[in-house]
Ligand binder design. Structure first.
Ligand code: ATP
Ligand code: MG
Length: 584
């Protein structure tokens, strides 16, 4: 941008009050700062300032993709249903897929992701191992009819994603591309000023097995994480659980009357033991509708994804189904289960010689129930949701907890799509082999919101320099003044001249209004030009991030800021601090 951003005609309607339905900082502040507007549930318009930030994030992503040799393309959002039938996802994807018919009654969807389209794109023309690896990406609008669109841009139904897809000859080559992408994703987070963890994740719906999520740390994040100073981090959905249940030892198996006890908390209190010394039972059925009862330490939760991995088709029983099997909710246990019930227990319970469990009888529990003696465990498995305090699977130290926003994810897909859709290439021996594929997504609009989640205070947004809608805002305190206005304009031009993006609040407004809006919008640096200062040959600069202020001699200002700019303030993460250096 070489032009000066003029607040007098900028379309940035700011709001004094908090919008009613916006309950997290990014949603609230992006609305209040006039950066986005809601069009429908989960559907947003980007106004000029919001769009400038979005474009900057896109540019950072573009640079990092280009740097690892990924080539930009643009695919359609409108995708023919046939391709989704080929992959099998037309049926599998469920109601999140926005489906429509054209006037000839041909089925289409609005793309939530583009594996099908891109596999179909390359399958006839990417033919030889000599052309591999090949990585293509696009920055495009995506559609997902989310069951609960919320938090503004964080979970919307129409959003901007960078999606890349790699076509590799084999696993080794895929691993190299995956590593390059993972590194690039880390750099993208850094450059956007995001504090983040790359975490082990569950592949979920998209397929494949190896995957990493990049989690921007935020209390408002929907994801729960565990992390360790040794560098290990995982989504609790996926992380391996190494918990340490305790044993309540008694001389012999004993049935205890526990009137009114239905929860682990009640049971632990009733017996005066820690919850970790109790064992929780969860009943479900497998794909063949056979009864399977899972056991986990009382102070841990069952991870249903792990349950399904261990017991294909596993589904928890409803209260009605439990009654059907003759089970007592709140006092289930391994002793005296119905004939044929399978018992699968968390492997941590192998170290617990006596269990405190339900007695399969209303109002009774067992203490001292011994696996191998009083009942048989059919299988041991990792079944629990990992929790803060559990041992790190890599170094054994206690894990710490955090919440995060998934801003991006990399996947190794293998040949799931290439096989289903017949996308092959000729290898060195002339054999037709399906591509080994990877896919890599950055939520551009979600990243924008995540940045605000991490960079705000009670006054508004405080953009990192790298993505700010402009670097500096000049605030003349009086407009139409013979001295102040022309001097503000001159400073603005000079700063543009040395490469800054500059806004000027040339509105005929009270100083208080301008200050409030500047803080709300979040320009990294404000230069306040007033009559009194000019009389002394000074202006005031204010660092938005810390609120620090400083008088600077007019004739030193350009040099001072120029110095900061030459140190590439706008692109390096360390550069976020460069304006700070002006205040040392
Ligand atoms: P989530 O688990 O949050 O629903 P996802 O894992 O389904 O997301 P991916 O398929 O991995 O999403 O998509 C790549 C990226 O697109 C995500 O990392 C996220 O940043 C972004 N994204 C996904 N869904 C949404 C959405 N509803 N709104 C905004 N961004 C989204
Ligand atoms: Mg994801």
């Amino acid at each position: 941008m070489t032009d000066i951003l003029r607040m007098s005609n900028l379309y940035a309607p700011t709001l004094k009050e908090d919008p009613a339905d916006a309950d997290i900082a990014s949603h609230r502040l992006l609305l209040r700062a006039g950066m986005i507007r809601k069009t429908a549930s989960g559907v947003y318009t980007f106004l000029p300032l919001g769009y400038r930030v979005l474009t900057k994030i896109e540019d950072i992503v573009r640079e990092e993709m280009d740097a690892i040799g990924s080539q930009e393309i643009m695919m359609p959002a409108l995708q023919p249903a046939e391709l989704w039938h080929e992959s099998g996802r037309w049926d599998d994807y469920g109601p999140e897929l926005m489906r429509l018919n054209d006037r000839h009654d041909h089925g289409f969807c609005l793309g939530p992701t583009h594996e099908e389209l891109i596999t179909a794109l390359v399958r006839n023309e990417l033919r030889s191992y000599k052309q591999l690896p090949c990585t293509l990406y696009q920055i495009q609008v995506k559609f997902r009819d989310e069951i609960r669109p919320r938090f503004g841009l964080l979970r919307s139904r129409e959003f901007i994603m960078k999606d890349a897809y790699s076509f590799n000859a084999d696993q080794e080559s895929l691993q190299r591309t995956y590593d390059d992408m993972s590194r690039a994703y880390g750099i993208i987070c850094d450059r956007c000023g995001l504090a983040y963890y790359p975490v082990e994740a569950d592949p979920g719906q998209i397929g494949g097995s190896v995957t990493t999520e990049f989690m921007a740390l935020a209390e408002s994040g929907e994801a729960e994480l565990v992390h360790c100073p040794c560098g290990y981090a995982a989504n609790t959905e996926a992380g391996e659980c190494q918990c340490a249940p305790t044993t309540y030892e008694v001389p012999a198996l004993e049935k205890v009357s526990t009137p009114g006890v239905h929860t682990i908390e009640d049971l632990a209190k009733f017996l005066g033991i820690p919850e970790s010394a109790t064992v929780k039972a969860l009943s479900g059925q497998d794909a063949e509708e056979r009864l399977v009862v899972l056991f986990v330490p009382g102070d841990h939760e069952l991870n249903e994804l792990k349950a399904v991995r261990e017991v294909p088709g596993f589904q928890l029983l409803t209260d009605e189904q439990m009654e059907g099997f003759g089970l007592h909710k709140g006092s289930m246990g391994p002793v005296g289960l119905p004939e044929g019930a399978r018992i699968v227990a968390d492997r941590s319970l192998q170290a617990v010689p006596q269990w405190v469990v339900g007695a399969n009888e209303e109002g009774y529990h067992y203490v001292g129930a011994r696996p191998g003696e009083d009942f048989a465990v059919d299988a041991w498995a990792d079944l629990c949701v990992v929790a803060p305090g559990d041992a790190c699977p890599e170094c054994g130290k206690p894990l710490q907890g955090a919440r995060g926003i998934e801003v991006s994810q990399v996947f190794q897909l293998g040949d799931k799509y290439s096989k289903a859709m017949g996308a092959t290439f000729a290898d060195e021996e002339g054999n037709e082999v399906p591509f080994t594929m990877g896919c890599y997504g950055v939520g551009i609009s979600r990243t924008l919101a995540a940045i605000v989640e991490q960079h705000n205070d009670e006054h508004g947004i405080a953009w990192p320099l790298s993505v700010a809608p402009a670097h500096v805002c000049i605030v003349p305190l009086t407009v139409g003044d013979d001295l102040v206005q022309p001097e503000a304009e001159r400073i603005a031009r000079e700063l543009v001249g040395i490469g800054f993006e500059v806004a000027i609040d040339d509105r005929d407004e009270r100083a208080g209004v301008k200050f409030a809006d500047a803080d709300l919008i979040g320009w990294p640096l404000q230069v306040v030009v007033g009559k009194r200062g000019l009389a002394n040959g000074t202006v005031e600069i204010k660092l938005r991030r810390t609120g620090e202020k400083k008088e600077v001699a007019l004739d030193a200002l350009t040099d001072l800021l120029g110095f900061a700019h030459r140190h590439k303030v706008a692109t390096s993460p360390a550069g976020v601090g460069r304006f700070d250096a002006l205040f040392n």
